[in-house]
Design a protein around this ligand. Structure first.
Ligand SMILES: [Zn+2]
Ligand SMILES: [Zn+2]
Length: 147
């Protein structure tokens, strides 16, 4: 628990997962996994989101940028607090977001990669297909073609 004590300015809530709840300004953590290095890294990652002021994002690409920034900050915090950084684990986490952005942004008709034209909505600039994705990042990726 000594890691939590070093961040006494934050509110921590034991839960079965790690997440930063910006609305309630609470960092949820998994006390069991916190005993292991990856759990400590996960905690520092959520603290990083909080320290970097990641309260809200609108676009998938923004979320990806936030993740990359948060992981860079996590490495700094880990250094400061003597937590071993598993580079492969961090790379995996970033890659999974990268893949998520790619899958949501790939046109269901022609597979061309596009950026959102508004929140959760895409319009392919090659074939003009429009589709929409779930605004919830944790949801399974479903691209629904819209007229
Ligand atoms: Zn994150
Ligand atoms: Zn297309």
């Amino acid at each position: 628990m000594e890691l939590l004590a070093k961040f006494s300015n934050y509110r921590f809530l034991p839960a079965g997962y790690f997440s930063y709840d910006a609305a309630d300004e609470v960092i949820n953590y998994d006390p069991i996994r916190l005993k292991k290095t990856n759990g400590k890294i996960s905690l520092l990652h959520e603290i990083s989101h909080c320290e970097l002021g990641h309260f809200h994002y609108r676009y998938d690409m923004e979320l990806l940028m936030m993740e990359v920034a948060a992981w860079n900050h996590t490495k700094k915090l880990a250094d400061q607090h003597g937590v071993h950084v598993n580079e492969a684990y961090i790379k995996d986490c970033i890659e999974s977001y990268d893949e998520w952005v790619n899958r949501r942004g790939s046109c269901p008709t022609c597979d061309n990669f596009c950026l959102e034209y508004k929140e959760s909505r895409y319009n392919c600039f090659v074939c003009d297909t429009r589709w929409q994705v779930s605004p919830e990042p944790q949801k399974r990726i479903q691209r629904r073609i819209i007229a």
